[in-house]
Design a protein around this ligand. Structure first.
Ligand code: NAD
Ligand code: DAU
Length: 355
């Protein structure tokens, strides 16, 4: 089996669902269930013996040691993190705790576990750390895209904490020989995305008739990748990546934020037109910029394509259409996330079923 951490979050739950759709290899899913963890994302796996869910913290050494000894995973994919830049600006502490201390404690437990393995199990073991393009800092308009060798220049408490975790992972390979892999990916979008991030927030605010808050001049550039493509990249790196290596993952799709928002408005105008005929664009509202806002990210994903043959399958046009369709079809999920009811959802849902 594999151990997935943070598997009730946006990317982690997409990863677990895709993994079990493609293989029968069981997944042990360790998630603390912070505000961002939602077991409802995994409801289709209820009763599926291939999925074992444990609520817990990657920083709980005793728990992680016990889980490793009991389940003997052949690999670990570490998604668990505090992930939202704006939250890291308002309150960095949780980011330091989970992204740095949590990763450190997880690495320590894994080092001890791996140290006790022998033969093929030891040889084949992998620790895959899921990281972000934000560790490389901000690009000027004419700069080339981030390569794996770029200098780390993190600018937010979030990216600084992820950078620290990347360095720890690297050091555990260099010093102790732990067989690690690191992926640095650009902005994901798709189903099950918590509506605090740009794309889902714009969709749900548009449908609710609320303002669409664009930070600053809206000309900050991000590279966008459909979440299922990120999941396929991680599977590929886990299967064939060279130990100790870093792989940048991206969609070759740089866009200014305002273009993203206009695209979403145009899709909603087409798929859920307003009764009065007015465009959702009328709801766009420019607001005060994010402090320290990185101007541009761009990923050069040629290494993973050249060495591992991975390429994204979705274009932005196909991926964003699927995403808008998913939100239109899952407004009850959005309502439960927004009201906080998702926290009780699993309990309520299964209590009712039992009754
Ligand atoms: P998310 O915030 O949606 O999910 C994070 C998950 O981790 C949640 O389920 C949460 O409950 C869990 N978690 C938090 N602290 C934990 C702890 N101490 N122990 C165990 N579980 C804990 O995040 P996401 O967007 O799915 O991102 C997943 C990973 O991918 C993160 O490491 C993030 O840095 C990285 N990443 C995200 C993006 C993106 O665009 N979302 C892009 C590149 C990399
Ligand atoms: O680049 C990868 C990173 O992408 C991941 O590591 C992070 O976990 C993930 O949250 C994401 O970070 P961003 O800060 O790029 O994502 P966010 O959706 O918060 O913002 C995207 C852009 O949109 C950014 O330039 C800020 C802007 N924005 C965001 C929000 C929430 C707005 O203009 N208005 C908003 O309301």
């Amino acid at each position: 089996m594999i151990l997935v951490t943070g598997g009730a979050g946006f990317i982690g739950s997409n990863f677990v669902l895709d993994w079990l759709a493609q293989t029968d290899e069981p997944v042990l899913n360790l998630d603390k269930l912070t505000y961002a963890g939602n077991q409802e994302n995994l409801v289709t796996l209820h009763g599926d013996a291939r999925h074992i869910f444990v609520q817990g913290d990657i920083g709980d050494s005793a728990l992680v040691e016990r889980l490793l000894a009991q389940h003997q995973p052949r690999a670990i994919v570490n998604f668990a993190a505090e992930s939202h830049v704006d939250r890291s600006i308002h309150g960095p502490e949780d980011f330091i705790q989970t992204n740095i201390m949590g990763t450190f404690r997880l690495l320590e437990a894994v080092r001890a576990y791996w140290g006790g393995l022998t033969g093929d199990l030891r040889q084949a073991f992998r620790f895959l750390h899921v990281s972000t393009d934000e560790v490389y800092g901000s690009l000027a308009k004419e700069d080339p895209a981030f390569c794996e060798g770029n200098r780390y220049e993190p600018n937010s408490p979030y990216s600084a904490s992820k950078a620290a975790s990347d360095h720890l992972v690297r050091a555990y390979h260099h010093t102790y020989g732990l067989p690690v892999l690191t992926t640095n990916c650009s902005n994901n979008y798709g189903p099950l995305h918590f509506p605090e991030k740009l794309i889902p927030l714009m969709i749900v605010n548009a449908l609710a008739g609320k303002p669409l808050p664009v930070y600053g001049d809206g000309m900050q550039v991000r590279d966008w990748l459909y979440v299922k493509d990120h999941c396929s990249a991680i599977r590929r790196v886990l299967a064939a990546g060279r130990v100790g290596e870093v792989y940048n993952v991206g969609g070759w799709n740089e866009m200014p934020n305002i273009d993203i928002v206009n695209t979403l408005c145009a899709l909603l105008d087409e798929m859920r037109p307003k009764s009065g005929g007015e465009s959702y664009r009328a709801q766009i509202a420019y607001v005060t910029d994010r402090p320290g806002h990185d101007r541009r990210y761009a990923i050069d994903a040629s290494k993973i394509e050249r060495e591992l043959g991975w390429k994204p399958s979705e274009t932005f046009d196909t991926g964003i259409r699927k995403t808008v369709q998913w939100y239109l079809g899952n407004q009850a999920w959005v309502a439960r996330v927004q009201s906080g009811a998702y926290r009780e959802w699993v309990q309520t849902n299964y209590a009712q079923r039992v009754a």
